[in-house]
Design a binder for this molecule. Structure first.
Ligand SMILES: [Zn+2]
Length: 98
């Protein structure tokens, strides 16, 4: 289930928006004040609250690997419950810096 994180520009509160599928996606309104003046938040931290949908985490890890941020990738892999060998591989690369 895709999760989107928004911040309301009117009351400044953040909330998560779930939709069952991409095709069902519609612009949400603030669940606190009903405003549609919202800002979409793109943050790796938003992924922590996700359920078992790891595809976006995979994308993020791949991006981190591409930019050689292996330490961050390893941390994310751990949080996402990735396999031991994948985490170890990333940690080794982080140590070696390549
Ligand atoms: Zn609001």
């Amino acid at each position: 289930m895709p999760t989107y994180e928004y911040r309301c520009n009117d009351c400044n509160r953040g909330f998560e928006y779930f939709c069952r599928s991409i095709s069902e996606f519609k612009e949400p309104t603030c669940k606190y004040c009903g405003s549609s003046n919202l800002e979409r938040i793109y943050s790796p931290f938003a992924l922590r609250t996700e359920t078992k949908e790891f595809s976006s985490t995979d994308d993020l890890i791949r991006d981190l690997k591409k930019s050689r941020k292996y330490g961050e990738a390893a941390k994310l892999a751990k949080e996402a419950g990735k396999s031991e060998w994948e985490i170890r591989d990333l940690e080794r690369k982080a140590r070696e810096g390549k």
